[in-house]
Write a protein that binds this ligand. Structure first.
Ligand SMILES: [Zn+2]
Length: 200
């Protein structure tokens, strides 16, 4: 079988802090600092995940937005490394709607898996649109972050965003680049020692 392992280079991020003095006190505009990171992924698996995500979008229950989204995940703590999918499920209350990413993670979690390795996302109705029309919403970014934090392979986790750009397979992120300053409050008395500390 042809080896399709590739190395994805996630670039260094070096955005300096900004500090503004004011009569009422200092205002800090936090920067963002990440070292370059290299993550290996099998290109054939990435393609399988994106294909599964796009196919699953056809099952979206989206009568209100008509925006069909599919997601496909592989969990790091699943010895079989199966592809688990989810689609968005809308609700007439709107607030009860669940996005495809959280639908897939709920399915994986319901099978007993907690540690995300790869998540592919396909917004089937906006595949030719700019990235901001195809990337995960804020709630999903936070949810993805917590599943990655539970992985012993946290630094190897990737989020892949589908596109119809000719000759392009996807855009790729790690969670630190997708969600800077993700919420990570640990209330006193809650044992979260099993979670890996992410960079941001
Ligand atoms: Zn979402």
């Amino acid at each position: 079988m042809r080896d399709s392992s590739i190395t994805i280079i996630l670039p260094q991020v070096a955005i300096a802090d900004s500090i503004i003095e004011s009569p009422a006190g200092r205002i800090i505009v936090p920067g963002h600092h990440l070292p370059e990171k290299r993550v290996n992924i099998d290109a054939a698996l990435a393609q399988q995940l994106l294909t599964a995500a796009r196919a699953t979008a056809a099952n979206a229950h989206a009568p209100y937005s008509n925006f069909h989204v599919g997601a496909a995940v592989v969990m790091a703590d699943d010895p079989e490394r199966r592809i688990i999918t989810g689609a968005n499920v809308e609700n007439g209350s709107y607030g009860a709607t669940i996005c495809a990413e959280r639908s897939a993670l709920a399915a994986a979690s319901s099978l007993g898996f907690r540690a995300l390795r790869y998540l592919a996302l396909s917004t089937a109705d906006s595949l030719t649109s700019p990235l901001c029309d195809r990337s995960p919403c804020g709630i999903c970014r936070q949810t993805i972050r917590e599943f990655i934090a539970r992985s012993s392979d946290a630094s190897e986790a990737l989020i892949l965003v589908d596109t119809a750009e000719p000759g392009t397979l996807c855009e790729a992120f790690d969670i630190d680049r997708l969600l800077p300053y993700g919420f990570n409050f640990a209330p006193p008395g809650i044992d979260r020692s099993y979670e890996r500390v992410l960079t941001s």
